[in-house]
Design a protein around this ligand. Structure first.
Ligand SMILES: O=P(O)(O)OC[C@H]1O[C@](O)(CO)[C@@H](O)[C@@H]1O
Length: 429
């Protein structure tokens, strides 16, 4: 089993195994596609059913553009943004040495941010990947309008055409129409895969491939998870055990889950996880609030609350066995900082000791339940695997609450109010 789940520090008052019948029923429902939102279950068999021709087209495009740009601007929001960023940061690290920078736009209305992006890329060699399933999301559409103008001015219409890639619906939406009209290379977001489940489609794969990530390995990891986690047997399925543990903890009154990582390059993975769980589960007045922290950094800010504050939360530690890089602590003959007791040790060992010490502090003296999910490393295969792990866990945990995991009706309300204030035609009332 590539990923492990450990609930031994979870203070669970119910036995996970006692949920076996319910889990078996829901597992069947997911695979036979009979539950609520069943027209958005395209991700379930995607590891084997994905469009192989399109996949090869992504690989070829990345090969063609390799060395021909130094800055990739990914323009998208929510599920059309977070997964790609999570993958790129997790796999490449935050300061990779590959001569390529990735910048994200279309995920905010901040005028300062957008102005700085446009000025930052002025003298760069730029490629833009615009991503929107609906093709109508305002943040993305506005940023793309500005980026298009920038690209047309910098490279001319013909030149820009070679440098703009659109990922959108196969037939509907204004972005599709625009891409066809301008002749941009386009990739398809399948109808039956919603935004927050779409990182394993061209939505995530195109930016990953452009940033030098081996997307074949991502798909291998995804397939391994599909094979290993395709069982309703709770003893054999760590993703389902995690899903059940969440429900048990909420039954015990814990309404906040803090997703904890010990690597700054995983902070965007936490953001992706937050959308996945939050948008899937938070409806009908139900659900656990997904929150996150990066330790040990946040132990110096949030640590106090977790240790001794009100008992509203449990932690899920996302533990990485092997860091991508390690560094040995040097010896200093002066020892002015009195750090020589750690000389010769690796920094990752210190990180692991911090994790162990914190677990003990939060569990034993803080009485905070801790669940632990372990992943072998932060490479492509593990990323592909963890996507499926969290998708299947999300579907299970939501169906256990009788929630449709695949819609997001609440998000539309702010949009309607904003459209009215912006004077968008059709929203006058
Ligand atoms: O890909 P789109 O259609 O631009 O949507 C982006 C995001 O916006 C949402 O629809 C919420 O508004 C998310 O569910 C989605 O991931």
């Amino acid at each position: 089993m590539v990923m492990q789940f450990d609930a031994s520090h979870g203070f669970l008052k119910e036995d996970i195994g006692s949920y076996q019948n319910e889990v078996s029923r829901i597992h069947k429902m997911i695979h036979e596609k009979t539950g609520a939102g069943n027209d958005f279950l395209g991700w379930v068999d995607w590891p084997v059913n994905y469009d192989k021709d399109e996949f090869e087209r992504i690989v070829k495009l990345a090969e063609k553009l390799d060395g021909k740009f130094d800055t990739l601007v990914v323009c998208g929001i929510g599920g059309s943004y977070l997964g790609a960023r999570a993958a790129i940061e997790m796999i490449n690290g935050l300061y990779p040495d590959n001569g390529k920078e990735v910048i994200f736009a279309g995920n905010t209305f901040s005028s300062t941010y957008m102005s700085q992006v446009l000025s930052h890329i002025k003298d760069k060699n730029v490629v833009v990947n615009v991503i929107s399933k609906s093709g109508t999301t305002t943040e993305t559409a506005l940023a793309f309008r500005m980026l298009r103008e920038f690209m047309d001015q910098k490279y001319g219409k013909e030149g820009a055409k070679e440098r703009i890639i659109a990922t959108t619906d196969k037939a509907r939406g204004t972005l599709k129409a625009l891409a066809d009209q301008e002749g941009y290379e386009s990739f398809v977001i399948p109808d039956d895969i919603g935004g927050r489940y779409s990182v394993i489609t061209p939505v995530g794969l195109v930016p990953m491939a452009l940033m030098g990530i081996d997307i074949r390995k991502v798909m291998e990891g995804l397939l391994a998870a599909y094979q290993e986690l395709n069982t309703d047997d709770l003893e054999k399925n760590p993703a389902y055990r995690y899903a059940v543990a969440r429900r048990i903890l909420q039954n015990q009154g814990y309404n906040v889950e803090m997703f904890v990582t010990y690597e700054p390059q995983l902070s965007m993975l936490s953001e992706w996880w937050k959308q996945l769980l939050g948008e899937s589960e938070g409806k009908d007045g139900k659900g656990i609030l997904p929150d996150s922290a990066t330790f040990s950094t946040d132990l110096h800010s949030l640590g106090q609350f977790i240790q001794q504050g009100s008992k509203v939360l449990y932690e899920t530690i996302f533990k990485v066995e092997k860091p991508t890089l390690d560094v040995t602590i040097p010896s200093d003959p002066q020892n002015g900082d009195q750090m020589n007791y750690l000389a010769g040790k690796n920094l990752d060992w210190v990180n692991k000791m911090a994790c162990e010490g914190t677990l003990q502090a939060h569990v034993e003296s803080g009485n905070v339940p801790n669940l632990i999910i372990t992943v072998p490393d932060m490479k492509e295969y593990s990323f592909g695997y963890l996507c499926y792990f969290f998708f299947i866990a999300t579907a299970m945990t939501c169906y256990m609450l009788d929630i449709n995991p695949f819609n997001q009706p609440g998000v539309e309300i702010y949009k309607k109010n904003m459209f009215h204030l912006l004077g968008k035609p059709g929203y006058e009332k």
